[in-house]
Design a protein around this ligand. Structure first.
Ligand code: SF4
Length: 316
């Protein structure tokens, strides 16, 4: 019988899901006096997750709806831009979808969190727009869909990826937190060349706190599916002083990344930055991480070394 490479991740997902539920119980959290879900190194105060003050309520998934003019799926797009060297390899036509089911403390795009703040458009229109940039994107680049959380509009993303594969032979990248990963169909994964997989934390309690209520088990479940489908992954991890930078915690994240094995082409350690501060001010919302410093070069180098110690290619 062929060994299942995703079996360890699935088992881990079941474990952290059970532990996360246990921690979510107020009685249990009070009894332990800590947010530790039982995984090694998850110390700190009780850290049940909740959206930061002033945040919009998390968005629910968008059910498929079709454009009356062209018959393709409707989606909500916050903005588009061409990028180089970020959001995937080469030159990218990058589509930021609006709407997110999480409320991360360090989110620097709070303006993308509300789905209906985006422009209602059709998949065909976005595919046609992506076609205008082929001179830049076809040979060394492609299409990236990010957000917000793209999987809230999984049917729309699927239609985009199938379309640009079939019509342009374009490389496709999905930037996701794995929230609502169950909405990603096998067909979508088959048309995804690369996933930028955001691992926000390495234990369920801290994950819930950092993401404003998300579940680490979603990340592990999507990871298991990506292993099965052999989809290449770039892991992303945001290093936030005082929140995610404890050495034991970085080691937990690195262990999870290593579980994904050969599909992980690189790990990007993203130093926390404060570029979103002005957006919160413009939205009239308090900035959730006020007073948090950016990490020093030494802190970033330490984190990189933790990933490299596990044989992973890591860069900042
Ligand atoms: S998943 Fe991304 S867009 Fe959503 S709240 Fe977190 S950082 Fe912001």
């Amino acid at each position: 019988m062929t060994p299942d490479p995703a079996a360890p991740l699935r088992a881990l997902s079941r474990l952290v899901d059970a532990q996360g539920q246990a921690v979510a119980s107020p009685t249990d959290a009070a009894a332990t006096g800590s947010g530790d879900a039982g995984l090694p190194g998850a110390g700190g105060p009780s850290i049940a997750g909740a959206a930061p003050p002033g945040a919009l309520p998390p968005e629910a998934p968008y059910e498929d709806e079709f454009d009356v003019a062209d018959g393709s799926r409707i989606g909500f797009v916050h903005s588009t831009e061409t990028t180089s060297g970020v959001n995937g390899p080469g030159l990218r036509y990058t589509v930021f979808l609006s709407g997110c089911g999480l409320r991360c403390l360090y989110c620097h795009n709070p303006d993308t969190q509300g789905m209906r703040l985006g422009e209602r458009t059709s998949a065909r229109r976005v595919i046609a727009e992506a076609g205008r940039y082929l001179a830049f994107t076809r040979r060394h680049g492609g299409l990236t869909v990010t957000g917000g959380e793209p999987l809230l509009q999984a049917g729309f993303v699927e239609e985009l990826f199938v379309g640009v594969h079939a019509e342009y032979g374009l490389h496709t990248t999905l930037d996701t937190s794995a929230n609502n990963q169950h909405r990603a169909s096998d067909r979508l994964l088959a048309h995804t060349d690369l996933v930028l997989l955001d691992i926000k934390a390495g234990n369920p309690a801290l994950y819930e706190r950092v993401s404003g209520g998300g579940r680490l088990s979603d990340v592990l479940d999507l990871g298991a599916r990506l292993l099965e489908h052999e989809v290449a992954v770039w892991v992303r991890f945001v290093l936030v002083p005082g929140l995610t930078d404890a050495p034991d915690h970085v080691a937990q994240v690195a262990d999870l990344a290593a579980e994904l094995g050969p599909i992980v082409q690189r790990v990007e350690v993203l130093p926390y930055h404060r570029l979103g501060v002005q957006k919160y001010a413009a939205l009239g919302r308090p900035y959730p991480l006020e007073g948090t410093p950016t990490p020093t070069n030494d802190q970033v180098e330490q984190a990189l070394a933790t990933f490299r110690d596990r044989g992973l290619v890591a860069l900042a």
